[in-house]
Design a protein around this ligand. Structure first.
Ligand code: CP
Ligand code: NVA
Length: 311
């Protein structure tokens, strides 16, 4: 069964097909055409953490494709009311796929292990693959192509950074993380990236101004991710020289674009003038969550349509 727990679950060819499908479906929407590709299909959204973008973009996207979605909050008692196998095998009788946002990546792996329905990762502590799809779609739109582009992530080597490192490796893009000492990406994850994509141009360094010098796009995310609130004070101190502000932006080429997955802590990892500035594509990027995920949903649940409509 095809799951999407991380970008390791798909090949670079699959990835490119998902992105092309997203582009076709996005163009159709702009022309007022909302084909019912997933008519009568149902997805569940099983979320252990808050969300605006992921939840609403999946719900709206599924509706535009002619399907339905069911939001499942804490009252369904996942992991609390009954055995994981009972929960999952029952849910699989009702829905065609589940999008899951979980505190620990092992929980989405457990959900997928029963093969009761395809599982899509809607963010875990390890990675955020749906976000990375939207980010590449945005880079492709803004530059005309993602080929050969240099993406520089300034901040924490977190779930978002880890997905970006992998997606850049898959697409032969260059990826640099500029982070404080001790906040690098997970070494097991990076070893897997290097093993799967030996030619990957992925590097980590500790000088943000040097890192952005050749950036096509500069990306940042919160210093304190959901679940890390106890470390907030220490993190503010550790990341204080890694703010994406006007001075750092001036160290980059004038053509560099700015990305952020949102939600942002304005004044912390990014300033108002940068997030709202001329070089920012952040709102378009958030909008692309829906288009990218429609591409993913069609690829997972409506493959026949792709063979007839996407080249
Ligand atoms: N970027 C993102 O995943 O946003 P939400 O937490 O609002 O879903
Ligand atoms: N790194 C952030 C991303 C939120 C979309 C978090 O995990 O909270």
């Amino acid at each position: 069964m095809q799951h999407f727990l991380s970008l390791f679950d798909i090949s670079p060819d699959d990835l490119q097909l998902i992105l092309r499908t997203a582009g076709v479906v996005k163009q159709k929407l702009a022309a007022g055409d909302r084909p019912n590709i997933l008519k009568n299909q149902v997805i569940a959204l099983l979320f252990e953490k808050p969300s605006l973008r992921t939840r609403v973009s999946f719900e709206a996207g599924m509706a535009q494709l002619g399907g339905e979605s069911l939001f499942l909050g804490s009252d369904v008692g996942w992991g609390k009311r009954e055995a994981p196998s009972d929960f999952t095998n029952v849910l699989g009788q009702f829905v065609d796929a589940v999008v899951c946002r979980a505190k620990q990546h092992s929980k989405v792996e457990l959900l997928a292990s029963f093969n009761a329905m395809p599982v899509i990762n809607g963010l875990t502590d390890l990675c955020h693959p749906c976000q990375a799809l939207a980010d590449i779609l945005t880079i492709e739109e803004v530059f005309g192509s993602y080929a050969g582009k240099h993406l520089v992530f300034v901040g924490d080597g977190n779930n978002v950074a880890q997905s970006l490192a992998l997606i850049c490796a898959m697409l032969k893009m260059r990826f640099t993380l500029a982070c404080p000492d001790g906040y690098e990406m997970d070494s097991d994850w990076m070893a897997k990236v290097q093993a799967a994509y030996p030619d990957a141009e992925v590097e980590t360094q500790h000088d943000p101004a040097a890192a952005v010098k050749t950036a096509d796009a500069i990306y940042t995310d919160v210093w304190t991710s959901m679940g890390q609130e106890a470390e907030m004070v220490a993190r503010r101190q550790a990341f204080k020289d890694f703010q994406l502000n006007k001075t750092l932006l001036q160290a980059a080429p004038a053509s560099a674009r700015v990305l952020h997955c949102l939600p942002a802590v304005r004044g912390e990892e990014i300033t108002d003038e940068v997030i709202d500035g001329d070089q920012s594509d952040i709102v378009r990027q958030a909008g692309n969550r829906m288009h990218a995920q429609k591409g993913l949903l069609v690829w997972m649940l409506g493959r026949d349509w792709i063979s007839k409509n996407v080249v």
